[in-house]
Unconditional design. Structure first.
Length: 87
């Protein structure tokens, strides 16, 4: 089981096996999802990916998407990418 050590500054190194599994590269952002006392680490979508998710809503008339709608769209995209990678 991969592990790492937390420094006095609260920093750690993501083990190579985990970086490879998540497809993480240098300067990628990481999401930490906490649910029922468990923490899941996920690769955050890039700015370009977020734009692609919300592009249909940008030129749409009417109110902008709510925070809940945006969060749901990002979660759907993350699930889609994970399924595509076979995780």
């Amino acid at each position: 089981m991969p592990s790492s050590t937390l420094t006095s500054k609260g920093q750690t190194t993501v083990p190579r096996e985990i970086r490879k599994l998540l497809g993480l590269k240098e300067n990628d952002r990481i999401l930490y999802e906490i649910e029922d006392g468990k923490v899941a680490i996920k690769q955050a979508p890039s700015l370009h990916e977020l734009y692609a998710i919300f592009k249909p809503h940008i030129r749409r008339k009417g109110p902008p998407p709510s925070k809940t709608q945006m969060r749901a769209a990002v979660q759907r995209d993350i699930v889609r990418r994970w399924k595509k990678k076979g995780v």
